[in-house]
Design a protein around this ligand. Structure first.
Ligand SMILES: [Zn+2]
Length: 88
């Protein structure tokens, strides 16, 4: 079994192939979830990392995610592939 995979945009686990986004050719993305990425492009291409942070901080508690996991997820955002180039 593959090690656990996370969306490189929002930290959502994408171990389940049905949660993964799609590339232009219809294949599944190995890096992004379906909520962030469809047809080879981000759904919200202009979203900033700060916006993603606020979004997750608002949405994750509603999904009954534990506070320490939410904090961890928010802390790793800057290291995800999507946001790294923003810092460079
Ligand atoms: Zn995502």
């Amino acid at each position: 079994m593959d090690p656990q995979m996370f969306c490189q945009s929002c930290t959502m686990p994408i171990d389940n192939i049905n949660d993964r986004g799609t590339e232009k050719d219809g294949s599944k993305s190995s890096e992004y979830c379906k909520y962030c990425y469809q047809n080879g492009a981000f759904i919200n291409p202009d979203m900033t990392m700060e916006q993603m942070k606020s979004f997750l901080a608002a949405q994750m508690p509603k999904m009954n995610i534990q506070a320490d996991i939410i904090e961890k997820s928010l802390n790793i955002l800057p290291y995800l592939k999507r946001w790294q180039k923003v810092k460079a």
